[in-house]
Write a protein that binds this ligand. Structure first.
Ligand code: WT7
Length: 656
């Protein structure tokens, strides 16, 4: 098993057709239908989206202008009024879906809960009233730091209902990382739980919130709302902290959805970039609602009879768009699972599929590689016959893992949708439609209808077929990020001016390398910036370097990604020490712990190598290319003539 290598991907010629029975009863029945739809959308993207917005969503008031594009700032459905919680809940209550399962939840210790649309609506309305009673108003920001429990989705929908923007922070982030995000978003309230269950352990979430708020470090936060999950004893700060269940018991279930402007902020979600601190990616209401609705519907061929399960955490965009908003807007049954695969429970995913009869299963290549390693006896011992569609996201999937997924999990009858997208794009950009697009292992295939994608050089000139280049989007789309919270300049520079605009034509720079083949299929080659992906989690190397340098022993640090069989990439840190410190294994462990404290366990360096000096150019720039090569264990080849001091390199090599 290996990660996608250029050779294995270039030689990949297999083509898999969607099963005929699946296509026959789908909305988009063939590749020809997809191509016709794509051509229609391309000819007039705004008209295409307007038609769907009218047909698929409920609006309190129709928009005047479909797209107002003042590059690089886009507004969609200008003047329109809607509420995504209304589209996800209320509108289903007047149909037979009222008592359909909206959310099926499986807890880590084996507890479970099912909420029908009517029940979910009721709890969301109550929580919306709780938020109002705590002084949260339309336009405020609310931090959500939760385990994978139904209350996380309820909290998000309650915010959306009253027009407060949520900012979900993944429960695996440290108190420091949480504080940075709460401060940047100026959150008024934090919703959390006493704790959560993760990998056979209890995670003390509330304690992390206490640490984040200590010494009035996030002064905007007035209240903390706490869900009782683990029942472990916790500190409740008088006047600040309130129990969710106590306030819920007193709250009215009558809370009409606030008519929101299309362009009102729905949420902020922080993500890592190549420079500086994480960026608050801003998504707005109308375009995001439409786009996540359409992509969930067509990519997964989502039907009322489906039991749909996305294994992501709600702390990431995948959880936002494809556990909560996209599926619920479609009236689907969405499964939420608190556990993660681990050696003590190697069959847990397959148990959930069997127990609930999951029909659509969406996970990440890193999980698939973990299952391969755990052995096929685990899935083989369960009944997976309910499955009809499989999905993958987060990083390029190597053809070997794709084939295993296809054969062992899908029994060669389930199409695999490899979905390329980003926090910034809000929804799937390049992905097959399960019912229509023939798939090639390792390719995310074709752009979604209405998405204009290209592979270009740094001047914006299209690359010839099969030659690598930079992946760009050449026309605005409904769920594109609108800005970086509080930093429009960074938004402009990072995404729209990386490739200089020509004649008023702006290209969205995704940060990924890609190749387009002779069939117009896209092959994503990975990040081209200083962003690494560890188990599909996006990390900025600079963030980890800053975390290391904040330790008194560290003089200088350079972090690169190195290939890892299971995680795709792992964090590899080169560190030089302050004069009074000496290298030791104990210090390595301490530095790893320090990074965990600063960012979270996902950023823990797999390896730290101490060095006397880092390889630099004569102008003082760290030569990351060399460090990446060293970290991968390969020999340095190519040009090293710009290196200031060649002995540095020899010393680093000997360390091995
Ligand atoms: C980056 C975005 C979008 C949800 C999860 C990650 C990589 C994502 C794929 C895919 C190859 C992929 C890209 C992208 N990526 N999906 N199917 N094939 N690479 O969201 O944290 O915003 O990361 O993940 O490098 O730029 P994110």
């Amino acid at each position: 098993m290996s990660n996608p290598t250029i050779e294995s991907i270039l030689n990949e010629k297999r083509l898999f057709q969607p099963p005929a029975e699946l296509s026959a009863q789908a909305e988009i029945k063939s590749f020809a239908e997809y191509e016709a739809l794509y051509a229609k959308a391309k000819a007039d993207p705004a008209a295409f989206w307007a038609e769907l917005a009218e047909r698929e969503l409920h609006w309190f008031q129709k928009w005047d202008t479909t797209l107002d594009w003042q590059p690089p700032f886009a507004k969609w459905f200008v003047g329109g009024k809607l509420n995504i919680s209304y589209n996800c809940l209320d509108r289903h209550l007047t149909t037979w879906r009222k008592n359909k399962a909206a959310l099926i939840w499986e807890g880590e210790p084996g507890d479970s809960r099912t909420l029908t649309y009517a029940q979910l609506h009721r709890e969301v309305c109550q929580m919306a009233n709780v938020l109002k009673n705590l002084g949260v108003h339309k336009g405020d920001r609310v931090g959500i730091y939760m385990p994978m429990i139904p209350e996380a989705a309820i909290a998000m929908l309650a915010c959306a209902r009253i027009g407060a923007a949520h900012s979900v922070v993944f429960g695996g982030f440290s108190a420091e990382a949480l504080r940075d995000r709460l401060v940047d978003a100026e959150a008024k309230l934090v919703i959390t739980a006493d704790g959560g269950f993760r990998k056979d352990k209890v995670v003390a979430l509330k304690e992390q919130v206490d640490n984040a708020l200590a010494n009035n470090a996030a002064p905007s936060v007035k209240n903390v709302l706490v869900v009782q999950r683990t029942k472990e004893p916790i500190h409740m700060e008088a006047g600040r902290d309130r129990w969710w269940h106590e306030l819920q018991a007193e709250a009215s279930a009558d809370c009409p959805a606030e008519p929101m402007d299309s362009e009102d902020t729905l949420f902020i979600l922080y993500t890592s970039g190549s420079t500086g601190k994480p960026k608050g990616v801003v998504h707005t209401t109308g375009g995001y609602n439409l786009y996540t609705h359409m992509t969930a519907k067509w990519t997964f061929d989502l039907k009322d009879t489906d039991v749909y399960w996305c294994t992501a955490d709600v702390g990431w965009i995948t959880g936002h768009s494809y556990i909560v908003y996209g599926p619920l807007s479609n009236g689907a049954t969405t499964v939420m699972y608190e556990g993660v695969p681990r050696p003590s429970n190697p069959g847990c995913f397959w148990d959930v599929i069997e127990k609930y009869g999951v029909t659509i299963f969406y996970t990440a290549p890193t999980a698939i590689r973990t299952f391969i390693k755990m052995g096929e006896q685990h899935p083989n011992a369960r009944n997976l016959s309910s499955l009809r569609i499989l999905g993958t996201v987060g990083e390029p999937i190597n053809p070997e893992a794709w084939m295993w997924y296809h054969q062992v999990i899908g029994k060669e009858r389930c199409p695999i949708v490899d979905t390329w997208w980003q926090t910034e794009t809000g929804g799937f950009m390049i992905a097959p439609l399960a019912s229509a697009t023939p798939t090639k292992p390792g390719s995310a295939t074709r752009p979604f209808p209405g998405i204009l994608a290209d592979v270009v050089d740094l001047d914006g000139n299209p690359a010839p077929d099969n030659e690598g280049g930079y992946l760009v989007i050449t026309h605005p789309w409904p769920s594109m990020l609108r800005t970086v919270y509080g930093d429009a300049d960074r938004f402009r520079k990072t995404y729209w001016e990386h490739i200089p605009p020509k004649d008023g034509k702006y290209l969205y720079f995704a940060g990924d390398g890609a190749r387009r083949d002779e069939d117009g299929y896209f092959w994503i080659m990975g990040r081209v910036d200083d962003v690494i992906s560890v188990s599909g989690h996006r990390l900025g190397t600079m963030e980890i370097e800053s975390a290391l340098v904040s330790h008194p022993a560290v003089a200088e640090a350079a972090v690169v990604g190195c290939p890892d069989e299971l995680k795709g990439e792992d964090v590899f840190a080169f560190v030089t020490l302050e004069g009074t410190y000496t290298a030791s294994d104990a210090l390595k462990d301490e530095l790893k712990k320090h990074v965990v404290g600063e960012i979270g366990a996902i950023a823990r360096p797999g390896e730290i190598r101490f060095a006397d000096a880092l390889p630099k150019t004569r102008s003082g720039k760290i030569m990351r290319r060399l460090l990446r090569t060293l970290a991968s264990g390969a020999e340095i080849s190519g040009d090293t003539s710009t290196l200031e001091d060649r002995t540095v390199l020899d010393a680093l090599r000997e360390e091995r």
